[in-house]
Write a new protein. Structure first.
Length: 442
């Protein structure tokens, strides 16, 4: 007898067919049902209260609030105070009285209250301690914002007032004897308290490494007698980091006509001291020199010219200074004016180094400056001593850069100087450059 066939297939249909036919556990949900539920939710969300219902709800809420306030007031009126303890009338029947300790405490409290009320509390300022009044006055002023200025600003205002009027109004906490005029006409005497403050500032600068400068130090560039105040801080004892920060502060805050004083009295002595003792310059002092060149006029007047005027200026100092000049951009007019001024100095190897550095900047110099440089080299016709290599290099640099800006007579004069002072490697190049140029018309 053949095997009977099963009515159901042994293997189910693929999953996508079951989903499409809507059979099995994974059949899709009825779309009509979903649409009906979505419509009901939308109808529920669209329902809102009309204006009449809203007024009723607000009126009921207002009445409930009034009832609550009336109940609270009634409860407060039904209560009474005895010896500082509140007793509600509804609990009066169950109140059996105070204990002995509570009664004693209440009687003592009533006596203290009576003594407090009988005292005379109308005190005058004469009854108070002056020191306490001063402290209280300062506190009130701070709370009202009256002392928003820093204490350093107060010192500055006192100094300014003393300089302009000869008198000062002592209301800022500094003693009146500190600003008394000694009658000297040579200058203004600094107050002892100001001297003490800036002496401490100098001690801080001697140990300064990084961070913010003292606030009292930052106001020095704005003072009229800033040199006197700066002297109190003892600049020779400042750290190298303090030299850089102070230079940056004074260069940016002080007028140009006053900045050379600071550079000459603070930066130049530190520069020369380090070159003399260490044969080099500290990194922070070097940065200070570059920062000072931010104002070229002040840099030249305060550091370059005083250094070159001194016949004891060493070549090491000039080399370091030329390094600063070569690594910093200088405006044309300032560079030309400096070159014109240095070219008129008496001969010194240090001057020649600076001249070569300024010529290497390749500026389009005015003819007046070019003529001054030509006369600077022509003056060496009567110089009998041998010249260093740097002099020949500076002449070669000038011939290379400005051979087309000199006249024929100037070229001939330079050729004559090259025949007198020769160098086996540099002089042939000087002659070649001078002959290759096209002189300008006289």
């Amino acid at each position: 007898m053949p095997k009977s066939r099963q009515s159901k297939p042994l293997r189910h249909d693929p999953l996508y067919k079951s989903i499409e036919e809507g059979s099995g556990h994974l059949r899709a949900e009825n779309k009509s049902r979903n649409k009906r539920q979505t419509k009901q939710n939308a109808d529920a969300e669209s329902e809102y209260l009309d204006s009449a219902s809203t007024r009723k709800i607000l009126e009921i809420a207002r009445q409930q609030q009034i009832e609550i306030e009336e109940e609270d007031n009634l409860e407060l009126q039904n209560s009474k105070t005895v010896g500082g303890n509140i007793i509600i009338e509804q609990d009066a029947e169950s109140f059996d009285g105070f204990s002995d300790e509570e009664a004693q405490w209440n009687s003592d409290a009533e006596k203290d209250l009576e003594e407090f009320e009988e005292q005379d509390w109308n005190y005058s300022e004469e009854d108070a301690n002056p020191e306490d009044l001063e402290i209280f006055g300062r506190y009130v002023a701070e709370q009202r914002g009256a002392s928003s200025n820093e204490w350093a600003d107060k010192i500055m205002s006192k100094l300014h007032q003393l300089e302009t009027t000869g008198r000062v109004d002592m209301t800022g906490g500094i003693g009146e004897d500190d600003f008394q005029d000694e009658g000297e006409e040579e200058g203004v005497m600094l107050p002892p308290k100001v001297i003490a403050v800036y002496t401490q500032v100098g001690e801080l600068l001697s140990r300064y490494r990084s961070g913010k400068l003292p606030r009292a130090f930052k106001i020095i560039p704005t003072l009229k007698n800033w040199r006197d105040v700066l002297y109190v801080t003892n600049p020779p004892e400042w750290s190298n980091q303090a030299i850089y920060e102070a230079t940056k502060l004074f260069i940016t805050s002080m007028p140009t006509h006053q900045t050379p004083r600071f550079i000459e009295e603070v930066l130049l002595p530190r520069f020369r001291e380090q070159v003399e003792t260490e044969k080099s310059v500290n990194y922070h002092v070097y940065r200070a020199m570059k920062k000072a060149l931010f104002k070229p006029q002040a840099f030249f007047k305060g550091l370059l010219f005083p250094l070159l005027k001194d016949m004891h200026c060493t070549s090491k100092e000039a080399i370091i200074l030329s390094s600063v000049l070569s690594k910093t951009s200088i405006p044309l007019l300032h560079s030309a004016a400096a070159l014109l001024y240095v070219a008129e100095f008496p001969y010194n190897p240090a001057n020649t180094i600076i001249v070569k550095t300024l010529l290497d900047k390749k500026y389009a110099l005015p003819y007046k400056v070019v003529d001054a440089v030509v006369f600077h080299f022509v003056d060496f016709r009567n110089y009998q001593n041998p010249l260093p290599l740097v002099w020949h290099q500076s002449l070669l640099c000038f011939a290379q850069r400005y051979k087309n800006d000199i006249t024929t007579d100037q070229r001939d004069a330079l050729m004559a100087v090259a025949r007198i002072h020769t160098h086996h490697a540099v002089t042939p190049e000087i002659r070649r450059e001078l002959l290759a140029g096209e002189p300008r018309m006289a």
